[in-house]
Write a new protein. Structure first.
Length: 339
């Protein structure tokens, strides 16, 4: 672009020096030269401009994680003396301290053994300004119940979900995000396509999972431990939890680099379990030490990689970074004896 501007300036200077009848002709020559040079430069720039349009635009070079929490209001067993409200409050406190946004996924059929406690747990999440989406009413597996029953279970969950958000949609937020229970999207194309069509008709987007370390596996062994009496067992659980979280983050980045040549904003799957609540301050600190920043679910899925999660008219399944390279299996929680 600078080349044609320089040439045009030089040509214009010759016009200024021209006298008499030749000046008008020189001006026409300058105009024609400038137009030709602009067209040539535009043609040369078009491929680069098109490629730039396809590349995602990142304001921040650090890798990003969107935190998502399944099974609100109740997940897994609890240690003695701990309530569902305690779990949510501890999670919310850790998220706030790290300035980390999060998105929760609600199951209206969970926590029915303690309706009052479950309602308080949901209220604790919402009072912190954290959004909720649909995780189905009963957490049924799509492949077990079929697409029609699955759709009905999602619709059934909308009644308690809309009550829980209390006008959230009117405030500009959107609770029509869906997380598949068990991440099961249909073993056959027919089942998968029917479920996606139903979700699309209801106006949902899908919350993908591109980072996970099976955090839920630590909750049952932890619930059987006494913090004071079984301190060594709890420490082993803590160390292994953070080790697998770190390994999973490294693996997700390796897959993104191998498949796409770049990082994506990762969507992390977590659960509202008691051990998650205990470990959340250290887990968030670990990710920050690894160079991650925290973003909202909507910000993460604005990346072009997640197009099929937002536009359900596109073929499934939801993008998940499944595929190469092969990475070492996660160790999982150690066998501990408590009590």
């Amino acid at each position: 672009m600078m080349r044609w501007r320089t040439a045009l300036i030089l040509a214009s200077m010759s016009v200024v020096a021209a006298k008499g009848p030749g000046a008008a002709a020189a001006q026409r020559d300058v105009a024609r030269t400038g137009e030709a040079m602009r067209e040539s430069t535009d043609r040369q720039d078009r491929p680069a401009q098109a490629a730039a349009a396809l590349r995602p635009h990142h304001r921040e070079s650090r890798p990003a994680i969107a935190l998502t929490f399944d099974d609100i209001p109740a997940h897994g067993p609890l240690p003695a003396g701990t309530t569902r409200v305690d779990v949510i409050r501890d999670l919310v406190r850790a998220l706030g301290a790290a300035n980390a946004p999060a998105f929760g996924f609600f199951n209206g059929g969970f926590g029915t053994d303690d309706p009052a406690g479950s309602a308080k747990a949901v209220a604790a999440w919402r009072s912190a300004g954290l959004p909720l989406g649909n995780h189905s009413y009963s957490h049924a597996n799509l492949d077990d119940i079929g697409a029609a029953a699955f759709s009905a279970d999602i619709t059934r969950n909308e009644v308690p979900l809309s009550a829980a958000v209390q006008g959230e949609a009117a405030q500009g937020a959107d609770w029509r995000w869906f997380r598949y229970p068990f991440l099961a999207e249909g073993k056959t194309p027919a089942t998968r396509d029917a479920a996606r069509a139903s979700l699309r008709a209801k106006g949902y987007r899908v919350a993908a999972v591109t980072m996970s370390f099976d955090d839920y596996k630590w909750n049952p062994p932890y619930a059987g431990c006494d913090i004071g009496r079984d301190a060594d067992a709890v420490r082993r659980l803590e160390d292994s939890f953070l080790a697998d979280a770190r390994a999973a983050a490294i693996a997700s980045r390796a897959r993104a680099k191998a498949q796409l040549g770049r990082d994506i904003p990762y969507v992390l799957l977590l659960h509202v379990g008691a051990f998650d609540a205990r470990m959340m301050p250290r887990l968030l600190a670990l990710y920050q030490t690894m160079g991650f920043r925290f973003v909202t679910l909507a910000e993460a899925e604005a990346d072009p990689y997640y197009a099929a999660a937002l536009d359900l008219s596109r073929p499934g399944p939801t993008p998940s970074l499944a595929g190469p390279p092969t990475v070492p299996a996660l160790a999982g929680p150690p066998a501990v004896t408590c009590g």
